[in-house]
Design a protein around this ligand. Structure first.
Ligand code: ADE
Length: 233
């Protein structure tokens, strides 16, 4: 299938929203992940849950690009809010992604900088960003911001750590996958967008907020996917 759109989601509930509308669907297993291929509103898509963390997310993204030949990647999920005024339920659309746990300071590199890569901030695609912003305008109950999202293989639940990530990278949100998805897309020259609903404030109470705001995240994902997918090129 050519020109298809990859949708990488975090949760089963988010995948269900897509599967309800997926026509001519077939499922293919690779690296222990289920890739659901079909058409959504007449557009070819491949939808998958990548699992938690940067290695799962990068592996999944490379399979989508190499085996399913996707033309763009949309990543939807949840994140901890770390920017000023970012609250649970809000939506953050990434303009760039960075790995907050990449640390080669011993060789003189700044936080986030990967050895021999020309950037530490992996940009999202301007067209997909505009589509995401238009789709998010249908989320009226919560604020929508655009800015940097920082990823690392850590669930952030401390005010000091979340303050450090915000100050170091000017990031609005933190999570565990999207910078590796964006890096894989950057290496393959494939357009990407990441959109995250805030489930917690990445502080001492992060695990409590997390459960409470999960359902809002799923509602946001439903609006975003139903608006964005038919509008994709
Ligand atoms: N995903 C949702 N909340 C998060 C947090 N606080 N840290 C990392 N990933 C998250």
């Amino acid at each position: 299938m050519t020109h298809s759109t990859a949708i990488i989601v975090a949760m089963q509930e988010e995948l269900e929203i897509i599967l309800q509308h997926l026509e001519h669907a077939s499922t293919h297993e690779r690296a222990g992940m289920q890739f659901h291929q079909g058409t959504f509103a007449g557009k070819p898509v491949v939808a998958v849950i990548c699992g938690v963390g940067k290695v799962n997310a990068a592996t999944c993204t490379q399979i989508l690009i190499s085996e399913f030949a996707v033309s763009r990647v949309i990543n939807i999920g949840i994140a901890g809010g770390i920017g000023p005024g970012i609250s649970p339920g809000d939506v953050v659309i990434a303009d760039c992604l960075v790995q907050h746990d990449m640390d080669i300071a011993a060789l003189g590199l700044p936080p986030g900088q990967i050895f021999r890569m020309d950037t530490l901030y992996f940009p999202t695609d301007p067209t997909l960003r505009r589509l995401a912003q238009e789709a998010a305008s249908h989320i009226t109950a919560h604020n929508v911001s655009t800015g940097c999202i920082a990823s690392g293989d850590q669930f952030i639940a401390s005010p000091e750590k979340s303050r450090w990530i915000h100050q170091q990278f000017n990031a609005l949100a933190c999570e565990m996958e999207s910078a590796s998805i964006a890096q894989a897309c950057y290496l393959n020259n494939v357009p990407v967008i990441c959109i995250r609903s805030i489930s917690d404030n990445a502080n001492d109470g992060a695990n409590m907020d997390f459960e409470q705001f999960m359902s809002i995240a799923v509602q946001n994902a439903s609006i975003l996917l139903q608006q964005m997918l038919p509008a994709c090129p």
